[in-house]
Design a protein around this ligand. Structure first.
Ligand code: TYM
Length: 335
């Protein structure tokens, strides 16, 4: 049986990278797979969080998922900390994963930066919690953006090591699904760095709650070059900013990058940027306005999370009990 699990952090605004790299695919996949989408508040606290903002962000991210078209009757949507099996399995995986495996994680190196000694142990162990998220449900498929690929390889390593330890094909080895045109959306200010929530400049990203004027301003100010667009994607090899905007256009318009170039070859950014503004506003405005409506009805959003947590717990609990038995833990967990 196929089952999808994916997660998103409730830290600040969701942006176009989250939307094109993950959420848009989740919306399509919910009809093909049993799908579990998780707002990962336990991951959020690997760096300091303000409790009031964390609660608000959890509601906002859930509202964005609903606004983007995830149907809570179809898919399960919940916040991670409500289902205790995530933390329980993460501990077990901390004892399965090797220090050397975690030491290789590039995202830890980026996030910890020079201040490595001062990073939380949780930030280092973050990928083991991610593996627990996925495997607590024996999920087989994980739709993510490209930046999560290394974490998913580690998940497969942990699943394999656990299976070897208990001498049984207990966990599936989950497949990453890195789908669509825009698996790595880059900053609008610098084509060599990823669009991210943590970039200091708000002009580097399009947020899902930006209004049409803001989207337009950000795209008009996006870094580009003076050359016209080429006829093929090879012509964009040394033009990361131009390539990024073409990719974003293709992903939003649901066409290929080549089709975009066929339409705009020979034209400069004076023509291309306004066209990109039109397609971005057309595709994002409905999501933004639906999100506002959900934020006006927060009791509904909370009820979705309540129901999702119960459905998720009903799946994870018996799997966790099987794990406890394999390891020799006496009795049932009370969680
Ligand atoms: P997070 O919250 O950073 O991002 C959520 C999803 O958005 C994708 N993404 C991007 N895709 C394309 N271009 C970008 N610039 C971009 N920025 C973000 C991410 O790849 C991700 O799919 N560790 C995860 C959350 C997580 C998780 C999991 C994911 C926790 N447990 C289990 C899958 C399965 C994270 O921090 O994603």
């Amino acid at each position: 049986m196929n089952r999808i699990f994916s997660g998103i952090q409730p830290t600040g605004n969701l942006h176009l990278g989250n939307y094109l790299g993950a959420i848009k695919n989740w919306v399509e996949l919910q009809h093909q797979f049993e799908s579990i989408y998780c707002v990962v508040d336990l991951h959020a606290i690997t760096v300091p969080q303000d409790p009031v903002l964390l609660r608000t962000s959890t509601i906002e991210v859930t509202a964005s998922l609903l606004a983007a078209g995830i149907d809570p009757k179809q898919a399960i949507i919940f916040n991670q900390s409500r289902v205790p099996q995530h933390a329980e399995l993460a501990w077990i995986f901390n004892c399965v994963a090797r220090l050397g495996w975690l030491n290789r994680m590039t995202q830890f190196k980026e996030k910890a930066g020079k201040n490595r000694e001062n990073a939380s142990v949780g930030l280092f162990a973050y990928p083991a919690l991610m593996a627990a998220d996925i495997l607590a449900y024996k999920a087989t498929h994980v739709p993510v953006g490209e930046d999560q690929k290394q974490h998913l390889e580690l998940t497969r390593d942990i699943a394999g090591a656990f299976n070897a330890m208990v001498d049984e094909e207990f966990f599936p080895l989950p497949e990453p699904q890195i789908l669509g045109q825009a698996t790595r959306v880059m900053s609008l200010r610098d084509g060599s760095s990823k669009m991210s929530k943590s970039d200091q400049s708000d002009y580097s990203r399009i947020n899902l709650n930006d209004d049409a004027d803001t989207i337009s301003q950000k795209i008009r100010k996006a870094k580009t070059d003076p050359d016209p667009l080429p006829e093929t994607m090879e012509g964009l090899n040394d033009r990361p900013e131009a390539r990024n905007l073409v990719t974003i256009y293709a992903a939003l318009a649901d066409c290929s990058s080549q089709e975009v170039l066929t339409e705009f070859a020979g034209k400069g950014f004076g023509v291309f940027k306004p066209a990109l503004v039109d397609v971005a506003v057309e595709k994002l405005a409905p999501v933004t306005s639906a999100m506002r409506q959900y934020m006006d009805d927060q009791s509904y959003v909370l009820s979705v999370l309540d129901e999702g947590a119960e459905r998720a717990h009903a799946i994870a609990r018996p799997i966790m009990q099987d794990i406890r038995e394999r390891l020799g833990f006496l009795g049932h967990s009370l969680g």
